[in-house]
Design a protein around this ligand. Structure first.
Ligand code: TYD
Length: 134
């Protein structure tokens, strides 16, 4: 399974660090929405869905967490713990988010506004759609 990471440039100076995110530059899509998860319980399992067409970029801007990714064929674990590393989530990727540290802030950039109809919450339906696409 091809997991795409985007290395973000850290602009450092004597006062600290800065990371810039720009649509269709280091973020490979139009940025329509930004949201972030915080104060996630360490025993929580979030996600457990895929998206029909949404593309996202996830960055652990603070703390760490894990993604369990599934493209309908293969599965992979990804740890996010670096605010200079983005994880690109294409459409039709089933994801579970877990093992959040108490301080974790997971920021997500998305190429579409929030649309509940874009969610696939049934794993069997996801697997069928993912396998049809190949
Ligand atoms: P959900 O996508 O189910 O969270 P997760 O996949 O991380 O477990 O969203 C949780 C709640 O937040 C749900 O009530 C919908 C709402 N929500 C919005 O209103 N806008 C958004 O952009 C997102 C992602 C969620």
């Amino acid at each position: 399974m091809d997991v795409k990471h985007i290395q973000l440039q850290m602009h450092g100076d004597a006062s600290g660090l800065l990371v810039a995110l720009e649509e269709n530059r280091n973020v490979p899509f139009d940025i329509k929405r930004v949201y972030y998860l915080l104060k996630t319980r360490s025993d929580a399992h979030r996600g457990l869905h895929a998206h029909r067409s949404l593309k996202q970029l996830a960055i652990a801007v603070r703390g760490s967490m894990k993604f369990h990714l599934d493209d309908g064929f293969e599965q992979k674990e990804v740890v996010l713990s670096d605010p200079a590393q983005g994880l690109l989530l294409d459409s039709l990727i089933w994801r579970k988010m877990y093992d959040f540290t108490e301080d974790c802030v997971l920021m997500v950039l998305a190429d579409q506004l929030y649309d509940p109809a874009d969610y696939i919450r049934d794993y069997a339906e996801f697997r069928r759609l993912a396998r049809e696409g190949r």
